[in-house]
Design a protein around this ligand. Structure first.
Ligand SMILES: [Mg+2]
Length: 408
């Protein structure tokens, strides 16, 4: 039959996404048999409910009390004071992570690790050696269980986006497969927050536009979404329709994110450059929050008259996307930099060593001060979205107030 021949020729991809279950907490339960079957919270010290900082990972038993990653540790303590609270042991987690990644490599040479406990492999070419995708996934899960003692959830789909969505659907110890041709039907009933890049703010925005499921978004016109949300709207529409053509190798966690400004005329006044740094830090922070990214290495780029270009890097003690933290460090670097009396042509700020915010790499010790700053930053985003870039400039850019936050 002609149709059969055609579908044989179409090379359908098979992508597998693996995500370890409640990783840090599961490792603690593995190493401490007395913790098994009990609520375990890996994260900051709860200090009997007065602790600052956040939950890194909660065991499934702890999740029954409503405890989840990124929740303030004090709140976790109030929800379940009898839980076992432990500090993370990153060295141990990293060692197991390496073991898991090596097992994955036995099933495909094309691997993209996206966090300590998550990776994609392209199994288009290798699935047949293992009796098909399902059997490959089962073997993979069994090997991880045997060799590490831990469970993983796996999703298999024709592309990375759907594979990642699939691995999350039947946690823990799940195996979910989306067959080729079923992409749209598979995604349609899911809430829009499952789409990559849709955080709480965008979710609320899309809901106001009348979208609550991926299927609803898939059915609207791509042009309309592009008009209302920009280029990113067009991309969202593609994801909603199950379209994601990126090869696994190209994934890579985004390596860096940056913004820069070139002056119309070279600038001698350091005050003006410092104001630009303020503005760039705000913009970069907004971009990072939009993409759910935090970074740990800040780069200041300075180009002087005559095109001499310098970069200066500093490592921060924690992952951040906080505008105030980035700005402070950037200003410090800038003030120490010896321009030898030369004018500034360009100034830029970048963050690298990036991590996704939603994963288990959240800063363990996010303080209330940071939470407050996040709120100010969110407010800025909202104002920008409503009234345009210029309206939402921190007051200190307009006057000379040292700390912008007090003006809100
Ligand atoms: Mg995980």
């Amino acid at each position: 039959m002609a149709l059969q021949v055609m579908s044989d020729k179409v090379s359908t991809r098979l992508v597998l996404h693996l995500d370890m279950d409640a990783f840090y907490a599961a490792v603690e339960q593995l190493d401490h048999p007395e913790y098994r079957g009990k609520p375990v919270v890996v994260g900051a010290d709860p200090k009997a409910g007065r602790g600052r900082g956040v939950v890194s990972t909660a065991s499934y038993e702890a999740r029954k009390y409503g405890i989840h990653s990124a929740m303030p540790i004090s709140q976790a303590y109030r929800r379940c004071p009898q839980a076992i609270f432990v500090f993370p042991r990153f060295e141990r987690y990293t060692a197991i992570s390496r073991q898991v990644m090596n097992i994955l490599r036995d099933f495909s040479p094309q691997l993209a690790q996206i966090s300590i406990d998550e990776a994609f492999i392209e199994i288009t070419q290798t699935a047949n050696f293992h009796g098909g995708a399902k059997s490959l996934a089962e073997k993979l899960k069994a090997r991880i269980k045997n060799e590490t003692g831990l469970t993983a959830s796996v999703g298999v789909a024709p592309n990375m986006f759907i594979a990642k969505v699939a691995s999350d659907l039947q946690k823990p110890d799940g195996l979910t497969i989306c067959e080729a041709g079923r992409e749209k039907a598979f995604l349609a009933p899911l809430p829009i927050k499952k789409l990559w890049g849709v955080g709480p703010k965008t979710e609320a925005h899309l809901q106001k536009m009348g979208f609550s499921t991926i299927g609803q978004l898939a059915q609207c016109s791509q042009k309309m979404l592009a008009e209302r949300l920009g280029k990113w709207g067009a991309h969202l529409w593609e994801l909603a329709n199950g379209i994601d053509d990126r090869p696994v190798e190209d994934w890579g966690p985004r390596k860096s994110i940056s913004q820069e400004h070139t002056y119309d005329q070279d600038i001698a006044d350091p005050q003006i450059v410092e104001q630009t740094i303020w503005r760039i830090a705000d913009g970069l922070s907004a971009d990072m929050r939009q993409a759910d990214l935090k970074g740990q290495v800040l780069t200041l780029k300075i180009r002087l008259e005559g095109f001499e270009t310098f970069t200066r890097q500093r490592k921060l003690p924690e992952f951040t996307n906080d505008a105030a933290t980035m700005r402070q460090l950037a200003l410090e670097i800038f003030r120490k930099f010896d321009r030898q009396g030369k004018k500034v042509r360009l100034i830029g700020l970048g963050m690298s060593h990036l991590n996704n915010v939603g994963g288990e790499q959240l800063s363990l010790f996010q303080t209330e001060e940071q939470t407050r700053r996040d709120k100010v930053s969110n407010l800025l985003d909202t104002l920008r979205a409503k009234h345009g870039e210029e309206a939402a400039t921190r007051a200190s850019l307009l006057g000379n107030e040292p700390e912008g936050f007090t003006s809100f």
